[in-house]
Design a binder for this molecule. Structure first.
Ligand SMILES: Nc1ncnc2c1ncn2[C@@H]1O[C@H](COP(=O)(O)OP(=O)(O)OP(=O)(O)O)[C@@H](O)[C@H]1O
Ligand SMILES: [Mg+2]
Length: 276
């Protein structure tokens, strides 16, 4: 046995969002369960969303994190404060951290100040906060940036700071909208490393991200969803929904280096994206 599915972490049912009268996404259904792997401590999940531009990935992420209201449907997340098996609660703004496409940071706060601010809701003492910030800055290679303002940081440094901010202010879930866009090849490696750290962190165990880079999605994720326009009765619709789901664990492609089988799957995914 390579893995076993446990409790539901994320449950999205019939979610739809409209801006004014235009339906942007509709009929979105997602169930993600906790996964246990024998002899592996970390049970972190990485879930990728792919899809052509304008299909509604960012809109879905905003609805998922409670930043835009949904028209129909519900989003439930595992209630970690409740010890009952499968205890779930409706998501509200602040439960799931969203690192947005532009990864905006506070312009007038240094990295340390911004991180301290994102810990304001925790019960940690001042010295515990300082220790935690120091530990993260070290682990994430940001020690030299601790007193810098956002305009003094590189894209990758800003991105990592934004990720840590969200890690500090939300627990268990983190959503990243195109975390790799606009980064150079070195920064991409840094953020990939950050994904590894996220998977190993005991605080966060579900990482959801969108990307236009299919290879990166195949490398990092265990589940890949494609958001696209569905075809109904031969007619292409103009709202986004989940048109395909690939469970890399079930396909024997998760937790391993990119290989020929991944390449085959990427061709299928490209085809799926082109027709939706
Ligand atoms: N605030 C808004 N008001 C009206 N329409 C919007 C708003 N935000 C997004 N849209 C529209 O919703 C659709 C989906 O946009 P969204 O940003 O979710 O796509 P996306 O899949 O994230 O695209 P990309 O890959 O380019 O980031 C687009 O047609 C967009 O024009
Ligand atoms: Mg987007």
């Amino acid at each position: 046995m390579t893995h076993e599915f446990k409790e539901t972490l994320l449950y999205v049912e019939n979610l739809s969002v409209a801006y004014d009268d235009t339906v942007i996404i509709k009929d979105i259904n997602v169930i993600e369960k906790d996964v246990i792997r024998p002899n592996v401590d970390c049970t972190g999940q990485v879930i990728a969303f792919l899809g052509r531009s304008g299909r509604g990935k960012s809109t879905f992420f905003k609805a998922l994190t409670g930043l835009v209201p949904s028209n129909t449907g519900k989003v439930l997340i595992r209630d970690f404060d409740n010890s009952e098996p499968n205890a779930a609660k409706p998501v509200k703004e602040g439960d799931i951290g969203l690192v947005d496409q532009k990864y905006t940071l506070f312009r007038h706060k240094t990295v340390t100040e911004a991180l301290k601010f994102s810990l304001r809701k925790t019960k940690l003492s001042e010295s515990e906060k300082e220790t935690k910030i120091k530990q993260y800055l070290k682990e994430w290679g940001l020690e030299n940036c601790k007193d810098k303002y956002p305009n003094e940081l590189s894209g990758g440094q800003r991105q990592r700071t934004a990720i840590i901010e969200q890690l500090f202010s939300s627990d268990n879930f983190i959503v990243l909208d195109e975390p790799f866009s606009g980064l150079d090849v070195g920064n991409i490696q840094e953020v990939k490393k950050a994904f590894d750290l996220l998977g190993k962190s005991s605080e966060v165990n579900t990482v959801i991200f969108s990307t236009h880079d299919i290879e990166l999605a195949l490398e990092l994720a265990q589940t890949i969803y494609v958001i696209g326009y569905p075809t109904i009765d031969g007619k292409l619709q103009s709202y986004g929904t989940i048109v395909a789901k690939y469970d890399l664990r079930e396909m024997g492609l998760a937790w391993k280096d990119y290989c020929g089988d991944h390449l085959e799957l990427s061709k299928e995914i490209i085809h799926q994206m082109m027709i939706s």
